[in-house]
Design a protein around this ligand. Structure first.
Ligand code: ATP
Length: 335
C-alpha cells in the first residue's frame, strides 16, 4: 500500500536578522545586519497511510505548522522530500491543491466580505465541481455541521465556531483525498468541538480521507487518532500508537480486582506487577517497558483469576504528554 503522505528527511531553515536594542543598535543592524538561522524542521521522516488520521503533536514552536506548510506547498523545504497523494507539493502547487483540503484554525480561507454560500460557489468554479455533486456534498456537510442557518451570512459576521465549520466544508467541497488540519477546533466550545470531531471521524471512516491533524487538545487526540508523531525543536522524537506513547513515557495504570475467593494465591503476570494484595482486593500495575496496555492487562487478569469485580485507572493523555514534553525538553537541554 502506497502511503498518502510520505515525508523523507524534510528540513526547513529560516534566516532572520536580529534587531539590536537602542537607536545605535537599529543603525548598526541596518548597516551590518546580524543573521541567524532557525532550524524549524530538521530531518523529519514519517508516512501516513490512506484513510489514516495522524496527529502531529509537539509543544509551541516545535515545527508542526512549518511541516504542514511544506506539505500544502506553501513553503519549500531546505532539504529532504515529501509526496502527498503522489505529488511533490512545493513543485506542483496547483496539482497538489486539487488533492488536498486544508484548514488553519486561526485563519480563514473564505472571502471575508461575501456570504459563505458565495464563497462555496466560487470554490465550485475554481475546482470545476459539477453542480449536482456540489449540491449533494453541501447537503451532506449541512447535515453533519448544521451550516444552513448561517451560510447566507457574510464571513466577517460569523462566530469562530461557525466560521471554522464553514472552512471545513469549503476545504472538502472538491472531495480531496488528503486533508491537513492545523488546530481546527482551537477556541471552540465543547459542543461544537464534538460536532467537528464527529464530522472528521465520518470523513475518515466513511469517505476514506487521509487526515494530518495538529492540536494541543489531548481529548481530541484520544477521540480521533490512533497514531501520533511527536516533534520537538524541529526533530521527530516519537512515531507510534497512543498506547506506545503511553508506554514510552512511563504512563501508569492500575487494574483493581476483587477475587471471588480471598484465599486464591496471587502473583505477578507477564509484564504486570502485583502492587498490593489485601484479602480479596488485589491491585496490579505495569512492570517495566514491556508492560502490556491497560486493556491487555485487564484481559490477562480476568483470564487468570476468578473475580467478582474489576476496575481500571489510567493516567490521562494530558499527563502523559506533559511528561513526554518534559522528557524531550530535558534531553534537548542535556545535548
Ligand atoms: N517565517 C518564519 N521565519 C522565521 N522563523 C520562523 C518562521 N516560521 C516559523 N518560524 C520559527 O520556526 C519554529 C517552528 O515554528 P512552527 O510555527 O512550525 O511551530 P508550531 O509547532 O506550529 O508551534 P505552535 O504550536 O505554537 O503553533 C519556531 O521557532 C518559529 O518561531
Amino acid at each position: 500500500m502506497t502511503a498518502s503522505i510520505e515525508v523523507r528527511g524534510l528540513s526547513r531553515t529560516f534566516h532572520t536578522t536580529v534587531r539590536r536594542p537602542g537607536f545605535t543598535g537599529v543603525l548598526r543592524s541596518l548597516v551590518n545586519p546580524e543573521r541567524v538561522e532557525k532550524h524549524a524542521v530538521s530531518d523529519i521522516s514519517f508516512d501516513v497511510a490512506p484513510g489514516e488520521l495522524l496527529a502531529l503533536l509537539g509543544p509551541n514552536g516545535a515545527g508542526k505548522s512549518t511541516t504542514i506548510k511544506m506539505l500544502t506547498g506553501i513553503l519549500t523545504p531546505t532539504s529532504g522530500e515529501a509526496r502527498v497523494a503522489g505529488v511533490v507539493p512545493y513543485r506542483e502547487r496547483e496539482r497538489n491543491a486539487r488533492n488536498i483540503g486544508a484548514v488553519f484554525g486561526q485563519r480563514t480561507q473564505l472571502w471575508w466580505d461575501l456570504p459563505v454560500r458565495e464563497s462555496f460557489s466560487i470554490l465550485r468554479d475554481i475546482y470545476e465541481v459539477p453542480k449536482a455533486e456540489h449540491a449533494a456534498r453541501l447537503r451532506e456537510f449541512d447535515e453533519l455541521l448544521e451550516l444552513s442557518s448561517f451560510w447566507d451570512t457574510r464571513v466577517r459576521h460569523l462566530s469562530l465556531g461557525q466560521r471554522v465549520r464553514c472552512d471545513l466544508a469549503a476545504a472538502l467541497l472538491h472531495d480531496p483525498p488528503v486533508v491537513f488540519l492545523d488546530e481546527p477546533t482551537i477556541g471552540m466550545d465543547v459542543v461544537v468541538k464534538e460536532q467537528v470531531r464527529e464530522f472528521l471521524r465520518y470523513q475518515v471512516a466513511e469517505r476514506g480521507r487521509t487526515v494530518l491533524l495538529t492540536t494541543h487538545d489531548m481529548t481530541e487526540v484520544e477521540r480521533l487518532a490512533e497514531r501520533v508523531v511527536l516533534v520537538n525543536h524541529g526533530r521527530l522524537v516519537l512515531d507510534g500508537t497512543l498506547d506506545e506513547v503511553r508506554r514510552g513515557f512511563g504512563s501508569t495504570w492500575q487494574v483493581r480486582a476483587t477475587l471471588a475467593d480471598p484465599h486464591t494465591p496471587v502473583g505477578p503476570l507477564p509484564g504486570i506487577a502485583l502492587v498490593s494484595h489485601d484479602g480479596p482486593q488485589v491491585v496490579f500495575g505495569p512492570d517495566g517497558p514491556a508492560a502490556p496496555t491497560v486493556h491487555q492487562a485487564l484481559k490477562l487478569v480476568i483470564e487468570r483469576y476468578e473475580v467478582t469485580g474489576v476496575a481500571v485507572d489510567e493516567a490521562d493523555l494530558e499527563d502523559v504528554m506533559r511528561a513526554a514534553y518534559a522528557e524531550v525538553r530535558a534531553k534537548a537541554e542535556a545535548a
